[in-house]
Ligand binder design. Structure first.
Ligand code: SAM
Length: 217
């Protein structure tokens, strides 16, 4: 595909910004340096496409801040060929980063319109992932267990279905908190009934809406 020269330099600068902010995994930085983020947002926002900020994608949702995408991906510690579930497909950006790392990607989005747009964008840019419309707080049991699960919206609590859909050794990276800020958690399934929980930095996400999320029982 023909590269638009206007975006080459801003994308390189974004990679350097993420490096300075502490992202160390070169595979993640390479993915960010390759994916045409501008193609996932409205043309009116193109000048901001490679700023390290979240941007609107419609339906009151956002394409995540590149630093957040990079940090969550780094925390997943992905090996090539691992099966990864993403909750909150949104624009498809995080999904593409996971594909670039060689993961076998599954992703759930609750908004049908965003699902359709992400599906088209992934196809157009040559990425393969399994997508569906649904309530991601329930995971995607059909393809479980997963080596990694990444939740890209803020949850009030850790949904138990997600924990149960982790393989032994699998990692769940999820922001949990109230509607003002969330703590990034990494939960690793050490054995059938044993989990290790790490509390990492504070982040700010749009809410995870669903049965086991905000608005659920
Ligand atoms: N990963 C996305 C990206 O790279 O563009 C981030 C999108 S946004 C920060 C979070 C997404 O989570 C939104 O698209 C929202 O509709 C979705 N979402 C919220 N609750 C959800 C749920 N229960 N199941 C699936 N998707 C959900």
């Amino acid at each position: 595909m023909q590269e638009d020269r206007r975006f080459v330099r801003p994308r390189k600068q974004l990679v350097e910004t993420l490096r300075k902010k502490g992202i160390e995994d070169e595979r993640v930085l390479m993915a960010i340096g390759k994916i045409p983020r501008h193609k996932l947002i409205d043309t009116a926002l193109h000048t901001k496409a490679y700023n390290d900020t979240a941007l609107p994608i419609g339906m009151g949702q956002t394409i995540s801040q590149p630093f957040t995408v990079a940090a969550q991906t780094e925390l997943l510690n992905i090996e090539k060929g691992e099966k990864i579930l993403e909750i909150g497909t949104g624009s498809g950006y995080q999904c593409m980063v996971l594909c670039e790392l060689g993961a076998d990607v599954y992703s759930v989005e609750r908004h049908k319109e965003l699902y359709h747009r992400a599906k088209e964008a992934l196809h157009e840019l040559g990425y393969r992932a399994m997508l569906k419309v649904g309530d991601g707080t329930l995971g995607w049991s059909t393809y479980a267990p997963y080596d990694g699960i990444v939740v890209t919206a803020g949850a009030p609590v850790v949904p138990d279905d997600l924990v149960q859909q982790l393989a032994i050794g699998g990692r769940l990276v999820i922001p949990v908190g109230d509607d003002t800020k969330q703590m990034m958690l990494r939960i690793t399934r050490v054995s059938e009934n044993e989990y290790e929980r790490e509390e990492l930095a504070d982040f700010k996400f749009v809410p995870l809406i669903g049965e086991k999320g905000w608005g659920g029982s």
